[in-house]
Design a binder for this molecule. Sequence first.
Ligand code: HEM
Length: 519
Amino acid sequence: MELSSFPLACCSLLLLLICSSCVLVVRRLFYSPIAHFPGPRLAAATFLYEFYYDVVRDGRYTWEIRRMHQQYGPIVRINPYELHISDPYFYDKIYVGPTRRTQKWHWSAKMFGTTRASVGTVDHDVHRMRRAALNPSFSKQSVSRLEPVIQRCIDRLCERLREFSGTGKYVNLSNAFTCLSADVIGSYAFGRPYGFLESEDFHPAWRKLMMDLSRSTHLMKQLGWAYGLLTCIPEFLVNLVHPLTKELFRLRRDIASQIAKVRLMDKYGGQQVPQTIFHGLFASGLPAEELSTERLTEEGLTIVGAGTVTTAHTLTVIVFHLLSNSHVLEALRRELDDAAAEGPEWTWTKLARLPLLSAVISEGLRMSYGVSHRLQRISPDSPLQYKQWTIPAGTPVSMTQMDMHENETIFPEADAFMPARWLNEAQRQALEAGTVPPEAREARKFLVPFSRGTRACLGINLAYAELHLAIGSLFRPVECGGLDLELFETDRDEVTCELDWFNPAPKLGSKGVRVIVHR
Ligand code: HEM
């Protein structure tokens, strides 16, 4: 190309870009199947609106969507393709079981960089196949078999915490719980714990990595192609351009090598093979291409990520509120004292029957939300009817768990930690009278930390087992191994969700929930 024609080529290209952008905007605003839904025109015209709140302002679109609902009503178009609903009574119509095919939206499914894992699988039938292979490892029975491993990790955590008593040093519980959940999932996925609980300071870098990856989900969604590009360039360059991606690659490599080991064990280990999630996958009958190390590495990455931050966050929120509400803590200790007096058995089954402990866990799950990001689902074959609105088949529709859990009509004083809201009247009176309430309330229609339907959390049973065993063990009588904890320079801000990084995150610069361990 001659030098003189270069500016002309640039101008033509620019003009083409401007014209095609205009056509795109007109199409989105006037000819989209959801053009008639309410919402800001700018959000309907371009993803830049969401980009501004989630990338530039670091995870604030969730709150902007709340504002939109105040202005436009319970159904809002929040970007060129997606509708968001704020109505707890509609939740079960979006997050449905196998009776209706449900797809994920390819645009948001790539936010974890694992589109071949169950969590990132768009297609309903492929997801069903992948999920069916994983489900047996996460059934109640399988998790009950895992209980000794979970309890061993919790006992180790308690021992490690006890080492801090009398030293005058505080412990960062946010980090400690992240080590606990990572060691549990490491043991179950690959047959050996990561060993993070042995780290002197509870390995803050691990939690930071998990949260940084969580934070980058918005960028992955908006600029998924950039991640694809990063995977193509040499690793030493990746480190210069984007150090977090280098860490992610390291984690991927580590998981891939763990999977390769499990594969070898599975082939040559005979009867000695430990029952791990990946051993279960190799025995699941999935077709060979589904068992490639590349795909299983993505599954492993999600399992490690999903099984770590979520449970740790819920535990942190629960302990913070218990230590801030002495009357609830005293009642819980009484319940656990009585349970301990019944005999040495200390199992998930026994603890799950304790009404106040279960109520504390439900309230903790409510206040920690599960995930803070809206979850998109698509009904590919049939339209959805919401009030007078017909939502065309194939439209991504989302709701936000945080909106459900903070709904004042359903949960009055939603801001307050009130486990009693999960107890019936008789149980509540018993609690106020200082006795242990008899049995827990069942209906929890609006508590959705794990989401619902075919795409709901895979690890529900594991999470409940960890929560019951960990809270039950931390606050059991001291002579049975329990602990006496006190908050250290920690206020509510440390557990208040200020930023939506898919997982709830507190304000920037947060130091985590810190405690002093008393003798
Ligand atoms: C308190 C703890 C937990 C909470 C609140 C939670 C919440 C959730 C939610 C809301 C989803 C749906 C995400 C989506 O639609 O994109 C999900 C999916 C998932 N969770 Fe959990 N989770 C927890 C613990 C765990 C644990 C311990 C594991 C262990 C492996 C786990 C593994 C997964 C996986 C693999 C998925 C993807 C499932 C699929 O798409 O088929 N989670 N979780």
